[in-house]
Every structure is written in structure tokens, then in C-alpha cells.
Write a protein that binds this ligand. Structure first.
Ligand SMILES: [Zn+2]
Length: 271
């Protein structure tokens, strides 16, 4: 599943090239997670002002309104001067005078939604509940600590919910908690100040590294076939159940938390 770093790298892969492009047509394929919200023809002639990211949404700002794009479970975006004929899993072609932005999404959990503005109900329905961005100045340690104090659930669940800080998905939550030495089942409210500080730093570090790694493998990530090769993060715990911890050699354990598998080292990560 594309996580925040993949979405950010996707943004970087085409944001500069699509800027100022004029929309000539929008072709939608099979239904995606949500309807577009307006007739595709009404976007003809609109100009792309820029591409921003909020959580795992890409915001394609137009000179009037914006498009919110989400990659869902299996989506990828590719912007190229010319695209091959659309295949059965290509569900959006945004045709501009600078190239075609194509959404390839075999499982169709992705979305392309039009909104008149970021503050509109159409946009806020998708963005309104999102927590702060972990990779800009808004991710404040004091606010983070205060928000965690109010949550009695397991810290891993609190991170995955995304309403305190966005973008800490299953892989990155497992890795950040390992880096911070915190057992994923520990109640968020019970974390000491110093442990919260370590977790805050670990989240920033894990996500920053993933964006950097993704940037260096950009060509593989958004390949010509539109296939996604999600980042091969040098995982410390994720996906390593039974293998020795890289720090202490204790076998890594896994457990189910809210339908998602969590990986942790029982020695390095204290409750
Ligand atoms: Zn260990």
C-alpha cells in the first residue's frame, strides 16, 4: 500500500513538470472509491497551478478548484508526454498540453475527486480529520505529547489512526516504535516525556529516510508500465518475525493489533 513517503515521492516525480499545464480532457475509466463530483468536460481549459500533498492525498491545484488524488491500496500515478493505450487497470487520464497524468489502480480503492476549494465540504470530508504533517514545522513535540496523554489505546493504534499525526502507516509505525524502544502495545497516555520525545524524533527520521530512499529510486518506483515498486526499506523489525533483532539478536515477534500485524523486539522495546 502506498504510504506517505511513496505519495510524496510521486508528487516530486511530476509536480514541476505539470505546473502551468492546461487541461485538454479528463478521461475516467471504471468507478473508483468515490465519484469525481462533476462532469469531466467542465475541467477542459483549466490550468494546473501546482501539486501539494496532505497526508496521503495529492492536491492538484487548478486555477479554479482542485483535484484530490488518492492512490488507495494499489494505485500509482505516472506523468509522461505520451502514454501507451490505456489498459484495463488505467482508470484516469488527465490529458494536458504538457503530458498525460495516468492513474493505474488494479484494486480501484484510489480516488479522483473534484472540489471547488480546499475549505469546501467536498475537500474537508476527506482532509478534515487528518492530523499534522510529520515532515514540516507543524509537528510540534509539545502538542504531540499532549495529544498522546488523552489516548489510552495502544500507541501503535494511536499512530495508525492518523488523526494526531498523518503518514505513520503500519511499516513506519513499527519501525519508529523500534527505534524509540517502545512496545507497540503500550498505552499512549502512559508514555513518559522522554519516551515521547524519542518517538517524535524516530517518526521524523524514519519518514525522512524513506522519502530520501524513494527519491533515489524514483525511476523504479514510477516505472513506464505504471507499476509500483514500494520502497525496500532496510527494516529493523517490519516483516522480520522469527529473525534475530539487528540490535540484540532476540527473535523478532509479531502480533495482531486491529487486523494489522505488528512486529517488535521483546528485549529492545519496553512496555
Ligand atoms: Zn532487540
Amino acid at each position: 500500500m502506498p504510504e506517505l513517503p511513496e505519495v510524496e515521492v510521486t508528487r516530486q516525480s511530476f509536480a514541476a513538470r505539470i505546473q502551468t499545464a492546461r487541461i485538454q480532457a479528463l478521461h475516467m475509466g471504471k468507478p473508483l472509491r468515490w465519484p469525481l463530483g462533476l462532469a469531466p468536460q467542465s475541467l477542459e481549459g483549466r490550468q494546473v497551478v501546482g501539486v501539494r500533498r496532505r497526508g496521503k492525498y495529492l492536491l492538484l491545484d487548478l486555477d479554479e478548484g482542485l483535484l484530490l488524488l488518492h492512490l488507495g491500496m494499489s494505485g500509482s500515478l505516472n506523468f509522461a508526454p505520451v502514454q501507451p493505450e490505456a489498459g484495463p487497470h488505467d482508470h484516469m487520464d488527465l490529458i494536458t498540453d504538457r503530458g498525460v497524468l495516468r492513474l493505474h489502480d488494479p484494486r480501484r480503492f484510489g480516488a479522483v475527486v473534484w472540489a471547488p476549494s480546499e475549505g469546501s465540504s467536498q475537500a474537508q470530508k476527506l482532509l478534515g480529520h487528518l492530523g499534522v504533517e510529520p515532515l514540516d514545522g507543524g509537528f510540534d513535540l509539545g502538542d504531540f505529547a499532549q495529544a498522546l496523554k488523552k489516548r489510552r489505546s495502544a500507541i501503535k493504534q494511536v499512530l495508525l489512526a492518523g488523526n494526531i499525526v498523518v503518514g505513520v502507516g503500519n511499516i513506519y509505525a513499527s519501525e519508529a516504535l523500534f527505534m524509540a524502544g517502545i512496545r507497540p502495545t503500550t498505552s499512549a497516555a502512559r508514555l513518559s516525556k522522554s519516551r515521547v520525545a524519542r518517538l517524535h524524533a524516530a517518526i521524523v527520521q524514519v519518514l525522512t529516510r524513506a522519502v530520501e530512499q524513494g527519491g533515489s529510486t524514483l525511476k523504479d518506483f514510477v516505472s513506464a508500465e505504471g507499476r509500483t515498486g514500494y520502497f525496500q526499506l532496510e527494516a529493523a523489525v517490519y516483516g522480520r518475525a522469527g529473525e534475530p533483532c539487528r540490535a540484540c539478536a532476540t527473535p523478532i515477534r509479531s502480533l495482531l493489533q486491529g487486523q494489522r500485524t505488528t512486529f517488535y523486539c521483546p528485549t529492545c522495546q519496553k512496555p
